[in-house]
Ligand binder design. Structure first.
Ligand code: ADP
Ligand code: SF4
Length: 689
């Protein structure tokens, strides 16, 4: 039963002509699927509807082909042909009583038009502002262009309404929508009635909302999604100006949806931002308008949500990542099952799916974007298990995920862990600076396993091949993890680097095992995700002086995809780390290392007391190979299969690969071989004749 403290979260809220059944509002979020995978995005949203969300939104929807953000994959509502996928999504969202919202965007200066090849348009003539600094400039819109822009919007309102959407949202946040570009005194330096004063800069917004109302009548609600602060200093659209705008147009939309100014600032990782980090920017906005207010803050705690509502900060609890990590979050709170919530860890692996044009995945919820492709579900398994016993060796994210999901299927599961502590790398890494939220990967799964009578956990149980044979399981899942390499082999060097006798070489495993060091340490980072920067922070805390060398042109380069790179480099620079980019480790001797420029080969010496390798990893697969050598004896011991998963099969710097591998193992165990058939469903474009 629901805890009465949380009743307030389940109150219906009126928005314009409609009523949302509760305060859980899934704000728009990318997923890397978009127009390429329409059924996958519809099914992902259907599952959220099943999970109890009151409002569920699409991702960004491009309304017209004259403004698009190729290579990124969002949705497109350019012509009638696009309608079926929108109808399918609205129907899926409605299935369990949620309101369907659509986020309509004209990217303007954020759209390089690499696909449509149209000349982009913006408030003024200026270079396109994208992650990739495309060699494209936008032309300034004239009055006819603005009239066209309004027509295109009207057309998109009509289509969205016909597709069945309830909330039409105008996107002007994160620097991604033309409304924000017009509001910004930095991007909009026009001299006409659309530039200059705030009233003029807000004219386009007011006109578009009025156009939306004309189309929507009393069937749809109109939302406006704006940046809390453009994050461009006093030259930009500031939080103070936003407050003026809301006061000036307090009754303009039916809902105010506030996001942060840049995507990086809005979707900060847990390493850099706490839950509810935008509170100061939101406080007081609600008091300027009679309309309901939505805001985000990576909310996973029901108490925090209640506080936001009770203190008059928000009417709706906006959530993107918490809804990805646990699509059933509202239902679990409603059912008094808060302890079952799979809390977002704030890693932004989901964002990387969009940034890399792959399909998004979630560290915590491995079924995310596999709902349609593979029929996976965040709470259920597709098939029940035959009466068999599975031995999972290793309790890292891969082993824990496999054990939990195998347990859900109904297998009899034994999970053996060599150490006293379960959790493998997530337990070890969660003790490092900024990574405490990683422990949620372990805690959620251990919480679930703890309730299952068919899953047994054996701690301090280092298993030998003989132990495994004698165990009496039909299936053996080897999830024994990996170790960081010590020889500098990764991407730049594929062969070990010469090391003189007596050089002190460390890896992140040593630091996580409690090794301490003093003096000057050279970190060699050819991994490029979070660990290099995290090791620098750990060494600084020990009092070391740190030089970080990397063959990349920036620190933690892949963390651009998690929106963290800028924060990492800033933190290291401000902490006094000596950063050497475009440099590879060439050799090391006692007291010094030689690093070389990756362009010219020019070498330089760095005096140091130790070298820390953040490079590749080696699978811990001795047990796997020993078991394979003993294959002739498997049948006598009743063993049908032995399979390595996660880092023991092929290490990844990201935990999400391991949780996914565990889930997949459990879904596919005892399934017939698929031969050449793809292991997932796929949609392909229609061929026009
Ligand atoms: P992954 O990311 O693939 O889950 P981890 O490195 O996080 O990998 O976890 C691997 C776990 O396996 C570690 O906790 C380690 O102690 C455990 N382990 C390794 N070898 C054995 C073994 N022979 N018996 C039991 N546990 C093992
Ligand atoms: Fe949260 Fe990470 Fe999942 Fe994204 S990938 S929803 S940040 S746990």
């Amino acid at each position: 039963m629901r805890d009465p403290r949380y009743d307030i979260l389940f109150e219906p809220v009126r928005l314009g002509p409609l009523t949302a059944k509760n305060r859980f509002y899934q704000v728009p979020h990318c997923n890397g699927g978009g127009y390429r995978d329409p059924s996958a995005v519809a099914e992902m949203r259907r599952v959220k509807s099943e999970g109890g969300w009151g409002v569920i939104f699409t991702e960004q929807v491009e309304i017209h082909h004259t403004s698009e953000i190729t290579p990124f994959i969002e949705l497109r509502l350019w012509e009638e042909k696009d309608m079926p996928s929108f109808v399918k999504m609205a129907d899926a969202i409605h299935e369990h009583g949620a309101l369907a919202g659509v986020e309509l965007a004209y990217p303007g200066v954020n759209g390089p038009n690499l696909y449509s090849r149209e000349v982009p348009m913006a408030p003024m003539n200026m270079p396109i502002l994208t992650f990739t600094s495309d060699p494209v400039q936008a032309r300034a819109m004239d009055r006819q262009d603005i009239r066209n822009l309004r027509d295109w919007h009207r057309q998109s309102f009509r289509r969205a309404k016909r597709a069945g959407f309830d909330i039409l949202c105008l996107y002007g946040a994160h620097g991604f929508g033309v409304i924000q570009h017009f509001l910004s005194p930095r991007i909009n330096q026009r001299n006409d009635e659309y530039g200059g004063s705030l009233k003029n800069r807000a004219r386009l917004l007011a006109e578009l909302v009025s156009d939306a109302r004309d189309v929507a009548g009393d069937t749809c609600a109109i939302a406006v999604r704006l940046s809390l602060d453009e994050m461009a200093g006093p030259d930009g659209f500031t939080n103070a100006e936003l407050r003026e705008l809301v006061a000036m147009h307090s009754e303009l939309p039916d809902i105010w949806d506030f996001a942060h100014g840049t995507w990086e600032a809005c979707s900060g990782t847990s390493r850099f931002k706490e839950e509810a980090a935008q509170e100061d920017l939101i406080r007081g906005l609600k008091q300027l308008t009679p309309r309901p207010v939505v805001g985000v803050g990576r909310f996973t705690s029901a108490d925090q949500m209640v506080r936001q509502v009770k203190q008059g900060l928000l009417d709706f609890i906006g959530a993107a990542r918490p809804s990805i990590a646990d699509p059933f979050l509202p239902k679990k709170i409603d059912a008094g099952r808060s302890e079952d919530i799979r809390e977002c860890i704030g890693c932004n692996i989901c964002v990387t799916g969009d940034m890399t044009m792959g399909l998004s995945r979630c560290t915590q919820n491995s079924s995310f974007m596999e709902e349609w492709r593979k029929g996976w579900h965040p709470e259920r398994m597709r098939k029940t298990a035959p009466e068999k016993k599975v031995l999972v060796v290793g309790s890292g994210p891969a082993g824990l995920s496999a054990a939990h999901r195998l347990g859900l299927r109904g297998y009899e599961v034994a999970l053996a862990e060599a150490r006293r502590e379960v959790g493998g790398r997530v337990t070890l890494e969660s003790a490092l600076p900024g990574l405490s939220a990683w422990a949620r990967v372990r805690d959620y799964r251990m919480g679930q396993i703890g309730k299952m009578t068919n899953v047994e956990v054996y701690r301090e149980s280092q298993l030998s091949p003989e132990d495994v044979l004698a165990f009496g399981a039909q299936h053996v899942c080897v999830a024994t993890g990996s170790l960081w390499r010590r020889d500098a082999v990764a991407r730049f060097h594929l062969k070990p680097v010469p090391m003189a006798e007596g050089v002190r070489v460390l890896t992140p495993d040593d630091i996580m095992a409690g090794v301490t060091i003093a003096g000057h340490v050279l970190i060699y980072d050819d991994d490029h995700y979070y660990m290099g920067g995290v090791m620098a922070e750990a060494l600084l805390r020990m009092g070391c002086t740190v030089t970080l060398a990397t063959p990349s042109v920036k620190v933690s380069e892949w963390a651009t995809n998690t929106l963290e790179q800028g924060f990492i480099q800033k933190r290291l620079l401000e902490s006094g780390v000596d950063i050497r980019v475009s440099r590879a480790l060439m050799s090391a001797a006692r007291g010094e290392a030689v690093i070389g420029c990756t362009y010219t080969g020019r070498e330089e010496r760095v005096a140091c007391d130790a070298v820390m390798m953040v490079t590749a990893r080696v699978p811990v697969d001795g047990l796997l190979h020993d078991l394979r050598h003993l294959e002739a004896a498997w049948a006598d011991h009743g063993i049908e299969s032995v399979k390595a998963i996660g880092d023991a099969e092929a290490p990844s710097s990201a935990i999400a690969w391991s949780t996914y591998a565990g889930h997949r193992y459990a879904e596919e165990l005892d399934e017939p071989e698929r031969g050449d058939e793809l292991p997932f469903r796929r949609e392909i474009a229609e061929i026009l004749t």
